[in-house]
Design a protein around this ligand. Structure first.
Ligand SMILES: Nc1ncnc2c1ncn2[C@@H]1O[C@H](COP(=O)(O)OP(=O)(O)OP(=O)(O)O)[C@@H](O)[C@H]1O
Ligand SMILES: [Mg+2]
Length: 366
């Protein structure tokens, strides 16, 4: 059943997002478990913090959970430049008032005045109206900016940085809820979350999903079957397990490759040069150019080619995925993690697999 869209509240237009559960959202037991746990905490009034590496599905999950709460969503993205006023609002400009009174024609009464005009920003709107705040990557904002959340989350009072006429505090609406996300592995442009703020949230780790979940998501997002995306997902997971990169390949990479395969109707095979090129384009640059010598980059490319050969042995898209045929033995990259010179190890495993299949292919084991 498709849930109905939220009523659009005109006075909130431009500040809030009316979200509804997406039909494209994939619910596997792992995702459902996380969603249910977080909803339980949120319904009780506790803020929830999804913490996990890039591409692990934090923001998507935050919106999914927010949609279940059935309130308008206020969406914020943490930023180094964020200030308390950016979050809460402030006095911007003046409102002029001029009265010319000639009620008694011989008397001219003249009054003129100006008051600073206050403007609510998104956190204030969320607190006043009982919205669900989704504060994505909140650790990108400095602790000073986020301090205002301490009172909001604990005492449920929003302290205005400068009084709005006679209003210095706002009582937080009982339906206000907050969902935060952060990436603990990110080192560029992030700050440590202050203990006091973290202590007010329930932190749920959103790690890389299990294989079944990644298959289901990659298939749904590319409109291919799970068996078609299996070689891609296994390739990306294999590369991730290898540890031979500076920036981990994520589910997002699997989705991108799968979408290109779908759009260009490619085979997920080493016999398909465009497929191999796409894999190399999307996976290759995950190593910082400057951190490796030309030789190391060449080794890296060879390793990637070995992984592609291992996982994408040439079935047409729609056939059973290579890894499904190989079964649990097909985790070469996990083995690579334990030993350098990893492509050699993969070749050995490929040779072993070839022997097991009895296809008589001779492969070097040097
Ligand atoms: N349950 C799901 N159903 C469908 N697609 C999903 C699901 N979870 C994640 N995705 C897709 O996976 C990709 C990564 O998800 P998302 O952007 O939520 O990750 P993230 O952890 O927020 O990443 P980042 O830290 O880089 O912002 C997106 O393309 C998203 O649409
Ligand atoms: Mg995100």
């Amino acid at each position: 059943m498709m849930p109905t869209a939220l009523r659009s509240e005109s006075h909130l237009a431009g500040t809030t997002i009316a979200v509804r559960p997406s039909t494209n959202f994939v619910k596997t037991p792992a995702i459902q478990n996380l969603a249910n746990r977080s909803l339980g905490y949120l319904r009780e009034g506790f803020p929830v913090h999804f913490r996990g590496p890039a591409g692990s599905g934090k923001t998507t999950l935050a919106f999914h959970v927010a949609a279940q709460l059935g309130r308008p969503v206020v969406f914020l993205i943490g930023d180094e430049e964020m200030t308390t006023s950016n979050l809460v609002g402030g006095q911007y400009g003046y409102q002029y008032r001029k009265v010319v009174d000639r009620y008694v024609h011989t008397v001219l009464k003249y009054e003129e005045g100006a008051t600073r005009s206050w403007s609510d920003h998104r956190l204030t709107t969320a607190c006043r109206e009982g919205c669900t705040l989704v504060y994505d990557e909140f650790t990108r904002s400095r602790a000073e900016a986020n301090n205002v959340l301490l009172g909001v989350l604990e005492e449920r009072i929003l302290v205005l940085p400068v009084p709005n006429q006679n209003e210095s505090y706002i009582k937080v609406h009982p339906e206000f809820r907050a969902i935060f996300t952060s990436n603990p592995q990110e080192y560029s442009g992030v700050h440590d979350a202050q203990d006091a703020l973290s202590d007010r949230m329930i932190m749920l780790d959103v790690d890389y999903f299990d294989r079944d979940t990644e298959l289901a998501i990659a298939a749904s997002r590319s409109r291919l079957s799970e068996s078609s995306v299996a070689p891609i997902v296994d390739l990306v997971r294999g590369y991730r397990a290898s540890g031979e990169y500076d920036q981990a390949p994520t589910l997002r990479t699997s989705i991108m490759i799968a979408r290109m395969v779908s759009a260009q109707k490619l085979r997920t095979s080493t016999a398909e040069p465009r497929f191999v090129q796409i894999c190399m384009d999307l996976l290759g640059p995950r190593t910082a150019f400057s951190s490796r010598s030309a030789d190391q980059r060449q080794q890296q490319s060879k390793m990637l080619m070995s992984l592609i050969a291992h996982h994408c042995s040439g079935r047409e898209a729609g056939d059973e995925g290579t890894a499904e045929r190989l079964g649990p033995e097909a985790e070469p990259a996990a083995a690579m993690n334990q030993q350098s010179g990893s492509h050699v190890r993969i070749n050995r495993m490929q040779a072993k697999e070839a022997r097991r299949r009895g296809d008589g292919t001779r492969q070097g084991t040097s």
